[in-house]
Ligand binder design. Structure first.
Ligand code: MTE
Length: 321
């Protein structure tokens, strides 16, 4: 995905942008080699310290709200877990900004409690629930998943949530329900990029009902042991680990079951580049870059991309035609 520069943008893949954390690490490397002058060094070190302490301050109220969740031992990953600070400072949340390293600074006015989520459409029992009541209703678990963005960056993080199917079973989909359509909040006064009327706000995404009912599909309310901070899509978001990250819609206000294939944000903007299915696949390049490999945020370690992001055993059957 590229920076939004409508009307004539879409040229710079985000993976060419240096994340802030790498910038800080590079400074450390230079420092270790003794190549930086004392003055530059002092300046960059104090910058990094100021940035870290501001982030610690931003995360503190969310870290204080821990969530009791059983670790699900079926979902662990052989790769090293991404550091929380790295994950919290490298985000895609276009409602706030296109600059990943500054999302966390732009979400200050975004209040994620109280928050209601409506489940409607082709269901026997439509409901509107307060997110904290929903959290109390659902058996929370922690799952460590690989996460792969279409831009080729990847991370491994411990999400806390519950399978979407547990909620769908409560509302009882009708026989003609075939898809699940989801919407993010809309409040341009809080999320300034939503003032850009050329983009199809609010952010919307969809799954087939079979995908939504798959055990891997999580509604996520926490990360690293505590409630989600706003930059990760508080108070409730989707995680579909075998699909590119843009399918994992943040800050959901509505879930609607329908018999029509839903539109999705990136497909409306660039239909030739982002499809509805968006399954991770090393053999299908993005029109502007290869998907054969991915890099881990923070370390920049490269790995071959795995088909279905390594979750083929659980999901490949959904796509057998
Ligand atoms: N949801 C909304 N509402 N707005 C967004 O911009 N970005 C998507 C997805 N969900 C996005 C969104 C993309 S492109 C990615 S890669 C992931 O969120 C990033 O999630 P993270 O910032 O928690 O890592």
């Amino acid at each position: 995905m590229a920076y939004i520069k409508i009307p004539k943008g879409w040229e710079i893949p985000e993976n060419q942008v240096t994340p802030e954390s790498d910038y800080i690490n590079r400074r450390k490397f230079i420092k270790d080699l003794g190549l930086a002058s004392a003055g530059t060094l002092l300046f960059s070190t104090s910058n990094a310290c100021a940035q870290n302490s501001a982030l610690e301050k931003q995360l503190a109220p969310f870290r204080a709200q821990t969530l009791a969740a059983e670790k699900n031992a079926n979902f662990t990953v052989e790769r090293q877990m991404t550091d929380e600070v790295i994950a919290a400072t490298y985000n895609n949340y276009y409602e706030f900004t296109q600059s990943k390293s500054t999302v966390w600074k732009r979400v200050e006015r975004f209040k994620t409690r109280p928050w209601e989520i409506e489940i409607s459409g082709l269901v026997e029992k439509p409901m509107t629930l307060d997110v904290d009541d929903l959290i109390k209703m659902m058996p929370l678990e922690e799952r460590i998943y690989r996460f792969r963005c279409v831009e080729t960056w990847a991370m491994v993080v411990p999400w806390i949530g519950f399978p979407m199917k547990a909620l769908l079973e409560r509302v009882q989909p009708k026989a003609d329900a075939k898809y699940v359509s989801m919407l993010t909040f809309f409040d341009p006064d809080v999320a300034p990029h939503q003032h850009d009327a050329r983009l199809p706000w609010p952010y919307l995404e969809g799954l087939t009902l079979a995908e939504a009912m798959n055990d891997l599909t999580l509604l996520v309310v926490g990360i690293y042991g505590h409630i989600l901070p706003p930059q990760h899509g508080a108070p409730i978001r989707l995680i579909v680990p075998w699909k590119y990250g843009f399918k994992s819609i943040k800050s959901i206000v509505s879930i609607e079951l329908t018999d029509k294939k839903p539109r999705n944000f990136w497909n409306i903007i660039l239909p030739r580049e982002y499809d509805f299915e968006a399954n991770v696949n090393p053999n299908v390049p993005h029109p502007r870059w290869s998907q054969a490999t991915e890099w881990m945020i923070g370390s920049r370690e490269r790995h071959p991309t795995l088909i279905y992001n390594g979750y083929g055993d659980a999901v490949a059957h959904l796509y057998e035609r």
